[in-house]
Write a protein that binds this ligand. Structure first.
Ligand code: AMP
Ligand code: MG
Length: 425
């Protein structure tokens, strides 16, 4: 396992005191690795879980050529191009019937959607196009071409083909696809265990009275909710006082119980020394000042206790900074640890309604409301105050405006990147 210093030496532009977001992400990508353990689950219990191993189709889906319409199955070569085609109807095929017997040239079979095509027949004419009388049909020229309205065996999935790839986070269509292969169970990676706690003597938990100078702990609730969306097992360790012994005990318990530990608070300049001392005993942890806003201070590394280790994400204390650093760094890292293959989140281009001030040399995440302009194109307006303590700005927003590292001021009407919350939060 490489040390943090070794990882840092592989990341270009590594400067712990002014670390660009992209470099921090690259570092974290090298630090974390996927869980190996797997379990087998009934397919309905596997929704949102990470597939372990490729799923290779054991059968052709569909198993036989079959009809895509209610109509008449025939030989394409029997069709006349400039006159009606007259054929004898020799029987009826229903969905679920075994393959019908031979149908000769000049004959056809009344057929229902999903019924197996008789050998040699390759075309279905929908019933609404034909004139049917006493065992015969007449098909006008030009209403059907050879090969129309027939589904081919294996056209959905061919036997031996990889239907789903290792690392796939299973979505509703995938659960149905597993069922279409006749699989009652599927192997998935074990769920990631993530412990989290808040630090700060000023924090009170919901339900407690709020003493003077105190605030309710919201970060533990936001974090819990964001973790639910990632389908990990959570361990809520509550609020930990800013006392070395209490913090050390909490970090030890977390390292012994979880794959990852997320803390909020206690990493800002005034408080980090405290945490640094404990980290020096428990593991290999770096303290960063990231070139971003909000969310500058962050601690990252590995902590160990009782022979067990966990990845530590020490997030800033401010409620908006917690969410932004979670989405900028922790989400991808947890997905990687869960063994999930994932693409970068898709962004929208939207015209900024107003000019935005932005200093090059840091990444800014402003809270925005995306809507349709009169001409149907996307526009985005920044929500009121952007202070990193103002959680309401996240609640009101429906996306994060991402102003990239090199980017400067934005003029009114200029397009910016927006990370929509829909599907994310
Ligand atoms: P810190 O990073 O610990 O210096 O905290 C920065 C700011 O965030 C302070 O105003 C804290 O009171 C506030 N804060 C820290 N943790 C929480 C929390 N769990 N819930 C709400 N506010 C918090
Ligand atoms: Mg604090």
């Amino acid at each position: 396992m490489p040390t943090l210093q070794e990882i840092a030496s592989c990341v270009s532009g590594y400067d712990p005191n002014a670390l660009p977001v992209a470099q921090a992400q690259a570092f974290i990508g090298r630090l974390v690795s996927g869980v190996a353990a797997t379990e087998r689950l009934p397919i309905r219990s596997a929704l949102g879980r990470v597939l372990a191993g490729d799923i290779v189709s054991p059968i052709n889906v569909p198993a036989h050529d079959n009809s895509a319409m209610d109509g008449y199955a025939l030989r394409g070569s029997d069709l006349l191009v400039d006159a009606p085609t007259a054929l004898d109807v020799v029987g009826t095929g229903f969905a679920g019937d075994a393959r019908p017997g031979e149908v000769l040239a000049g004959q056809c079979l009344r057929i229902m959607t999903g019924a197996v095509m008789p050998a040699g027949l390759d075309t279905v004419v929908p019933q609404e196009f034909v004139t049917a009388t006493e065992g015969k049909v007449s098909i006008p020229p030009g209403v059907v071409r050879p090969g129309d309205n027939r589904r081919l065996a294996g056209e959905d999935l061919a036997v031996g083909e990889a239907a789903l790839r290792d690392g796939r986070v299973l979505r509703p269509a995938d659960i149905g696809l597993l069922a279409s292969l006749g699989q009652p169970e599927v192997a998935v990676r074990r769920r990631l265990r993530v412990a989290f706690f808040s630090t700060g003597d000023e924090l009170r938990s919901v339900g407690e009275p709020l003493a003077e100078g105190c605030v309710y702990d919201s970060n533990r609730y936001t974090l819990w909710a964001m973790l639910q969306r990632l389908n990990v097992e959570v361990l809520d360790m509550g609020v930990v006082r800013d006392e070395p012994a209490a913090l050390e005990a909490a970090f030890r318990h977390a390292a012994e119980s979880a794959d990852a530990v997320i803390t909020s608070g206690g990493v800002s300049v005034g408080e980090a020394d405290h945490t640094r001392h404990i980290m020096a005993r428990l593991g290999d942890v770096l303290f960063w000042r990231i070139a971003m806003r909000p969310g500058r201070p962050m601690a990252i590394g590995r902590i160990e206790s009782g022979g067990r280790a966990a990845i530590l994400f020490g997030l800033p204390g401010n409620p908006v900074a917690v969410m932004v650093t979670f989405y900028a760094f922790v989400r991808d890292a947890l997905l990687q640890m869960a063994g999930a293959t994932h693409e970068p989140l898709p962004m929208l281009r939207a015209a900024s309604v107003k000019p935005l001030r932005k200093k090059p040399g840091r990444t800014e995440y402003q809270r925005g409301i995306v809507s349709r302009a009169a001409d149907g194109s996307w526009q985005v307006a920044i929500t009121g105050s952007q202070g990193s303590g103002i959680l309401r700005s996240m609640s009101e927003a429906n996306g994060l405006v991402v102003l990239h590292h090199e980017q400067g001021d934005v003029a009114a009407g200029e397009a910016v990147d927006v990370l929509p919350f829909d599907g994310l939060i």
